[in-house]
Design a protein around this ligand. Structure first.
Ligand SMILES: Cc1cc2nc3c(=O)[nH]c(=O)nc-3n(C[C@H](O)[C@H](O)[C@H](O)COP(=O)(O)OP(=O)(O)OC[C@H]3O[C@@H](n4cnc5c(N)ncnc54)[C@H](O)[C@@H]3O)c2cc1C
Length: 520
C-alpha cells in the first residue's frame, strides 16, 4: 500500500493533522490507529470518564514507583480509540498562557509565539459565545459553556471570589488569572473529541483511509530517509509506504517509544536492546514533564453530586434533554494564581462535584466535592525509555514527580490557597468534613506528608520529543525529526516545556500547525 502521507495515531493531534492533509484534496492520506472506532456509548457521555479508566479504550499505562510519592506507581491513562486521549479526557478547554508559547519562541522556535498561534487556536474552535478578538466560530471543535453546572461547583467559584481572587469568565482570552467556570469541548451536551470534530466529517473522503486496530511497530528507513511504517492488525503484519512523509502522532509515551523501536534515539539505549542505529538522537524520551496535582476532598452535605449520576432519573434527563449530572465534565470550574516570578500563572485549580482520590480508586461512599491543586510549571523532569525491543511491551515511564524540592513547596503553597477558599462562607451550605482530614491540616509537615500520599498526575505528559535546536532536541521548529528525512512528530511530545494549563487544545493546535507547515 502506498500513500502520500502516513499518519500514526488518531489522537488529539493526529486527527487534526490527518484530516487537514486529507481536506486539501491533493494527497492520499492514511491514518493508522492502534485502537478501534469511538463507538463505545460512555465515550460520548461527558461524566462517563471514570468508566473509561482501564477499559478497552485505555492503554492503561503506569509509571515507575515514584520515590517522592512514597514509592507509589501512578496510573497513567491514555486513550486508545479514534480521538485518542480527547475521547477519554475531562473536556476542559484551555490553551495555556500566552507567555508559555512566547517562551518556546524565545528559545529559538520560530513561528511558535502566542501571536503566531492565536489564528490557529481560533481556527480550531466553534465557540458558542461567538467570534471575537480571542475566539473563532466555524471550527471543528465545539466549545460550549456548561449546560447544567453543579451548584457546589458554582459555590466553589463564589468561595474563591470571597477569598479575594478575581472572577475570570474566559481563561482563553486576555489572561488566565482568577476563578470561573470552564468552557468545555462539548456539543449539545455530549463530548466533542478530536475524532468527532476532525475525523468523522473526513471519513467519506476518497483520498483518506483510516485503519483501526493498526498498531505501528516500527518505521522503515532507506538510509536516513523514512519510507513508511510496519504495523500489526488482527490479520497480521503489514507495511505501508509514504511517497512524501510520515507523521508520528502517537502521544508523549507512544511517539518516543516508536522512534526508539525504529533506531532513532540515544545510542546506548538502542545498543542495550539490540536495535540498529539509524540516527543518534539522545533526547528521544527525555524531557518528560507532567502536571502533578493533589486533591482536597470534602463530604457534601447536600445529595446533589455525581454520586447520584447513576440513577434512572439522571439517565432519563440525559437521554431526553441532554441535561443533568451526566453532562458534567467532572472538572467543572477552576482558576489560576501566580505565586512565583514571571508572567505565566504557575498554580492551577479545578473544582468538581465528586470525590477524587487516587484516580477515584480510594473514594469514600457518599456525596463529596473536590478541589485539585495543580503545579502549572513543574521543575521535575522525567523520561520514557524502552522496556524491551518488543513493540507490544509498555514503555518505562518515569515522570520523577516532586524530584525538585521546589515542586513540593509550590504544591504546599497551592494547598494553602485551596484551604482558604474552601473555608469561605459561600460553601457553608455544602461543606461537610474533609476526607481525609489531613488535607485541611494547617501543619506544613502534615500537608507535605498528605501530598506524598495523594499527589498524582493530572494526565498531561509532554515533551519527550522536544522541539528545538540543541543536542537534546528531537524535532526542529517545523516538527521535522533531526538527522533523518521524511519524518515529523506532531503531538504533545514536541512541547519543549509544558504549557501551564490543560493540554488537549495545545495538542490539537500542534496537529493543525503541522498540517499548515506540510501544506505550505
Ligand atoms: C483522564 C484525562 C483527563 C484529561 N482531561 C483534560 C482536559 O479536561 N482538558 C485538556 O485540555 N486535556 C485533558 N487531558 C489531556 C489531553 O487530553 C491530552 O494531553 C491530549 O489528548 C494529548 O494528545 P496527543 O495527540 O498528544 O495524544 P493522544 O490523544 O493520546 O493520541 C495518541 C494516539 O496514538 C495512538 N497510538 C499510540 N501508539 C500507537 C501505535 N504504535 N500505533 C498506532 N497508534 C498508536 C493512540 O491510541 C492514540 O489514539 C486529559 C487526559 C486524561 C487521560
Amino acid at each position: 500500500m502506498i500513500y502520500d502521507y502516513v499518519v500514526i495515531g488518531a489522537g488529539s493531534a493526529g486527527c487534526a493533522v490527518a484530516a487537514r492533509l486529507a481536506e486539501s484534496g491533493e494527497h492520499e492520506v492514511v491514518l493508522l490507529e492502534a485502537g478501534g472506532p469511538d463507538d463505545l456509548d460512555l465515550i460520548h457521555v461527558p461524566a462517563g470518564i471514570p468508566f473509561l479508566f482501564k477499559s478497552a479504550v485505555d492503554w492503561d499505562f503506569a509509571t515507575e514507583p515514584q520515590k517522592q510519592l512514597k514509592g507509589r506507581a501512578d496510573y497513567a491513562p491514555r486513550g486508545k480509540t479514534y480521538g485518542g486521549t480527547s475521547s477519554i479526557n475531562a473536556q476542559v478547554v484551555q490553551r495555556g498562557a500566552h507567555g508559555s508559547y512566547d517562551e518556546w519562541a524565545e528559545a529559538g522556535n520560530k513561528g511558535w509565539a502566542f501571536a503566531d498561534l492565536l489564528p490557529i487556536f481560533k481556527h480550531i474552535e466553534h465557540n458558542e459565545r461567538g467570534a471575537s478578538e480571542w475566539h473563532g466560530v466555524g471550527g471543528p471543535i465545539n466549545v460550549a459553556d456548561q449546560r447544567d453546572p453543579n451548584p457546589v461547583t458554582l459555590a466553589c467559584i463564589e468561595a474563591a471570589i470571597e477569598a479575594g481572587y478575581a472572577r475570570n469568565d474566559d481563561f482563553n482570552g486576555v489572561g488566565q488569572l482568577g476563578f470561573g467556570m470552564h468552557q468545555v469541548s462539548q456539543k449539545e451536551g455530549t463530548r466533542c473529541s478530536a475524532a468527532r470534530g476532525y475525523l468523522h466529517p473526513s471519513l467519506g473522503r476518497e483520498n483518506f483511509t483510516v485503519v483501526p486496530f493498526a498498531q505501528a511497530s516500527r518505521l522503515t528507513f532507506d538510509g536516513r530517509r523514512c519510507t513508511g511504517v510496519v504495523y500489526r492488525d488482527p490479520a497480521g503484519e503489514h507495511t505501508v509506504t509514504a511517497r512524501r512523509e510520515v507523521v508520528l502522532s502517537a502521544g508523549a509515551f507512544g511517539s518516543p517509544q516508536l522512534l526508539l523501536l525504529s533506531g532513532v534515539g540515544g545510542r546506548h539505549q538502542l545498543e542495550r536492546h539490540g536495535i540498529d542505529l539509524v540516527a543518534h538522537l539522545p533526547g528521544v524520551g527525555e524531557n518528560l514533564y507532567d502536571h502533578v496535582m493533589v486533591p482536597t476532598n470534602h463530604y457534601c452535605t447536600q445529595p446533589i453530586t455525581l454520586a447520584a449520576a447513576g440513577t434512572e432519573e439522571q439517565a432519563a434527563r440525559f437521554a431526553n434533554e441532554k441535561m443533568g449530572l451526566l453532562t458534567s465534565n467532572l472538572a467543572e470550574g477552576g482558576g489560576f494564581v501566580q505565586i512565583g516570578e514571571g508572567n505565566v500563572p504557575d498554580v492551577q485549580f479545578h473544582f468538581g462535584p465528586l470525590f477524587f482520590l487516587h484516580h477515584g480508586a480510594s473514594n469514600p461512599e457518599g456525596h463529596g466535592f473536590v478541589a485539585f491543586t495543580i503545579l502549572g510549571r513543574p521543575r521535575s523532569v522525567g523520561r520514557v525509555e524502552l522496556r524491551s525491543a518488543d513493540p507490544a511491551a509498555k514503555p518505562v515511564i518515569d515522570p520523577n514527580f516532586l524530584d525538585d524540592e521546589r515542586d513540593l513547596d509550590g504544591l504546599v503553597a497551592g494547598v494553602r490557597i485551596v484551604q482558604d477558599i474552601l473555608g469561605s462562607a459561600a460553601l457553608n451550605g455544602y461543606r461537610g468534613d474533609p476526607y481525609p482530614a489531613a488535607a485541611m491540616s494547617r501543619d506544613d509537615e502534615e500537608v507535605r506528608d498528605y501530598i506524598r500520599d495523594y499527589a498524582q498526575t493530572l494526565y498531561h505528559p509532554v515533551g519527550t520529543c522536544a522541539m528545538g535546536s540543541g543536542q537534546m532536541a528531537v524535532v526542529d521548529h517545523e516538527l521535522r525529526v533531526h538527522g533523518v528525512d521524511g519524518l515529523r512528530v506532531a503531538d504533545a511530545s514536541v512541547m519543549p516545556y509544558i504549557v501551564n494549563a490543560n493540554t488537549n487544545f495545545p495538542s490539537i493546535m500542534i496537529g493543525e500547525r503541522c498540517a499548515e507547515l506540510m501544506l505550505g
